[in-house]
Design a protein around this ligand. Structure first.
Ligand code: ADP
Ligand code: MG
Length: 453
């Protein structure tokens, strides 16, 4: 039995991250899940206006989140109801609002971006991050002395932001009068533009230059922003010349940064360059265990191992999968089965033995559709047709994705093959499949093989 109250709570928590608080209060405060029957979830809403808005604007978002907890639900129905006072959720209570700790370390430069959740103590180290962690630690002990600048790089979701923020938090709680600023490159760009707009560039400069530690995240976003690069170059020099600590993160090695001036790249190369790579299996297990513990859940080794085996290394993706497993446990009070975890990992519809033997020559979109139809025991016509049957979704979306990847056809043209679906549907399918493939290595390998053929 699904605990609808819990499910509603998860939904609200998710929505809170994606829509404004005002909208959340206006449309969702007086709503609740009335019942779940079969594959339909019925949502009670207090007035026609809210109903219409939720139905037209939020239906897809809600459904997607609901599905991630309860894959069997495929539809939301709406009903106007009066919600009894005792049933009304207080959003203030429900939204635990993990408000980022506002640490105003330098007056005028908000370090609102610093989130106390990221600490050195909850960063799990392994071969993939040992050096990065050691450097981070050393920097907190003696900033600006040993390693300067530090250039930390690695793929998405591998812990760069976590480490940068952890350094900031560590310094902030040391209560020393060392001034630390953590900022994203995006924020730096915005601050600069704003300061130009309000003719306050002097203030902007002074403030970014009167600090002891500058932590700046995702520097690759300076790409092709000549003016900001110039400004940053000067900030960098002022700080560097005064022996202030600079730590920069990026998604790639400085040598491979694109659209960034040589002089800046050579500054980045002049210090300590550290890479964070993907964690190995043991470290993945340790990270998952740590994350589960943080949510007060003790998970079985088998479950952790299974997730560690089937995620391909992005800690962010692993965390997302784990979050869904934990939510599911909370919702149903049951230990998740392997089938359920397969569902979360997007593995459930993958046939155990793909019928690869019936080789079809893959040379055009039609043969790709044919291939996926056979693989999933569906008919070609069903796959391209308008039926919304649940088990057609995955093979259909996979076919759309592969056609896009293999032939680079415009979304519109692909849409035409699939019963004149519009381009947004195809785009959505491609995005969805990329997400699934990110966490499902097995399927990814199969799809890649089909693309290669
Ligand atoms: P990046 O900035 O490299 O894209 P993040 O630092 O945002 O990645 O990490 C994504 C998520 O994974 C965060 O929630 C972070 O806490 C977690 N994470 C990444 N690496 C580790 C690690 N080694 N130990 C604990 N948590 C980690
Ligand atoms: Mg990051």
């Amino acid at each position: 039995m699904i605990d609808t109250k819990q499910l509603w709570q998860h939904l609200i928590e998710h929505l809170e991250k994606h829509i404004s608080r005002a909208h959340l209060l206006t449309y969702f405060q007086e709503s609740k899940i009335l019942c779940i029957k079969g594959d339909v979830l019925t949502l009670g809403v207090s007035n026609p206006f809210a109903l219409e808005t939720i139905r037209t604007r939020y239906n897809d978002m809600l459904l997607e989140v609901i599905k991630s907890y309860c894959p069997e639900i495929t539809q939301i129905e709406f009903e106007i109801t009066t919600i009894k006072k005792e049933d009304k959720v207080s959003l203030q209570d429900i939204v635990k609002a993990p408000k980022p700790q506002v640490i105003e370390m330098v007056k005028g430069i908000s370090s609102k971006l610093l989130n106390g959740r990221y600490r050195l103590s909850n960063f799990v180290t392994g071969d993939h991050s040992e050096l990065a962690f050691a450097v981070a630690k050393s920097v907190t002990r003696s900033p600006g002395v040993k390693y300067n600048p530090v250039f930390l790089y690695g793929g998405v979701g591998l812990g760069k932001t976590h480490l940068l923020q952890a350094i900031g938090n560590e310094m902030a709680s040391n209560k020393s009068d060392i001034k630390v600023v953590y900022t994203t490159t995006e924020q730096f760009i915005n601050d600069m533009i704003e300061s130009i707009g309000s003719r306050r560039t002097d203030r902007f400069r002074k403030k970014y230059r009167q600090i002891d530690i500058l932590l700046i995240d995702d520097i690759q976003f300076l790409k092709n922003k000549e003016k900001t690069q110039e400004e940053f170059f000067h900030t960098f020099n002022v700080l560097y010349d005064a022996n202030k600590q600079i730590i920069v993160s990026a998604d790639t090695n400085p040598r491979l940064l694109k659209g960034i001036t040589d002089r800046l790249v050579s500054r980045f190369q002049s210090g300590m360059i550290v890479e964070i790579t993907k964690p190995d299996r043991d470290t993945r297990m340790a990270i998952l265990q740590q994350k589960a513990q943080e949510q007060s859940q003790l998970l079985d080794e088998d479950i952790i191992g299974y997730v560690a085996d089937n995620c391909d290394g992005s800690v962010r993706d692993m965390e997302a999968v784990l979050g869904q497993i934990i939510a599911r446990i909370e919702l149903t009070n049951k230990v998740p089965t392997k089938t359920l975890i397969d569902g979360i990992l997007g593995l459930q519809q993958v046939p155990k033995t793909p019928k690869k033997k019936q080789t079809v020559s893959i040379a055009n979109p039609e043969s790709i559709i044919d291939q996926f139809a056979r693989l999933y025991d569906q008919s070609y016509d069903d796959l391209i047709g308008g039926s919304r049957k649940k088990n057609l979704n995955l093979p259909r979306q996979l076919a759309m994705y592969v056609i896009k990847k293999k032939f680079d056809m415009p979304f519109e043209d692909i849409g035409n093959i699939f019963n004149k679906r519009n381009h947004a549907t195809i785009m959505y399918a491609c995005k969805k499949v990329s997400e699934i493939l990110r966490v499902n290595r097995k399927l990814k390998a199969e799809v890649e093989e089909i693309i290669k053929k």
